[in-house]
Design a protein around this ligand. Structure first.
Ligand SMILES: CCCCCCc1ccc(Oc2ccc(Oc3cccc(O)n3)cc2)c(O)c1
Length: 257
């Protein structure tokens, strides 16, 4: 069995800059031989994403705008991808958002609108994207999303994003159930804290990083590359028997009381 991704095309959604977890995933897939398609939220991200994607040696990457809060935009993006490349072999969904003033202090300060926004972007968008992407996966495929421990247990300050991640995790399982018959697997990576532009929005991030170094079994934080390599595993035939699963790439922190 060959575990290379040569001859395969994957969509990576959510690269913001070189510290993004999505960029770590893109590099692992590229190094395994994949051709990459990048989507970005709006024109503000186009240049940084193109500059990163074009820095990858070898086959040309492709780039499309995709605002995941707009169903027509998602339809249009995947219609363009279908027109330009035809078949894709998988997708990495690395998109989330919540109002930063609802990512610290008490959870119950969350507003109805803030709750809806966090769930729309951080949870529903996986389902909205999977609906448009799965018909392009004519040879089967894999979908990976990013989640966090705060969706399984209370992590102070993570608040409404934790509630949205719980919804994302359950959505991932229901999508795995729907898409298994099409040979498409759906899984999540629960990444430990990594210093990204998104992480800056979460209160007490530095405290959690220090706790990882003191209490996680591996006594160190994980890197974008380590998450990227687990995404490669989940999107390759190495994980052909795995779907609906959450793999913790977090130095083992989730097993500690
Ligand atoms: C207290 C928990 C510390 C560890 C948090 C690890 C983590 C880091 C980043 C994560 O991704 C996001 C993505 C968007 C997000 O919402 C933001 C980010 C920046 C500004 C803003 O207005 N909202 C918050 C976290 C994430 O889901 C989880």
């Amino acid at each position: 069995m060959n575990f290379s991704l040569e001859g395969r095309t994957y969509v990576v959604m959510g690269v913001a800059n070189k510290r993004s977890i999505a960029w770590g995933i893109a590099r692992s897939l590229h190094d395994a031989g994949a051709r990459l398609i990048f989507t970005y939220a709006n024109e503000r991200f186009e240049k940084p994403v193109r500059d990163l994607g074009d820095s990858l040696e070898g086959q040309e990457s492709l780039y499309y705008e995709c605002d995941v809060t707009d169903d027509e935009a998602i339809k249009k993006t995947f219609a363009e991808i279908k027109n330009d490349v035809g078949t894709i072999h998988g997708l990495a969904h690395c998109i989330a958002f919540a109002n930063r003033d609802e990512l610290n202090g008490e959870y119950m300060n969350v507003t109805r609108d803030g709750f809806k926004l966090a769930h729309d972007i951080s949870a529903y968008s996986l389902t909205a994207v999977a609906k448009e992407a799965y018909p392009l996966m004519t040879e089967g495929g894999g979908i990976v999303t990013l989640t966090y421990l705060g969706g399984e247990k209370v992590v102070n300050n993570y608040n409404v994003m934790g509630v949205a991640k719980a919804s994302l995790d359950a959505s991932m399982r229901y999508l795995a159930n729907d898409l298994g018959k099409h040979g498409i697997r759906v899984n999540a990576i629960s990444a430990g804290p990594i210093r990204t532009v998104s992480a800056k929005g979460v209160g007490s991030f530095n405290t959690i990083l220090k706790e990882i170094e003191e209490r996680a079994p591996l006594r160190r934080p994980v890197s974008q590359e380590e998450v990227g390599d687990t995404a490669y595993y989940l999107l390759s035939d190495l994980s052909r028997g795995v779907t609906g699963e959450i793999i913790h790439v977090d130095s083992g922190f989730n097993i500690i009381g």
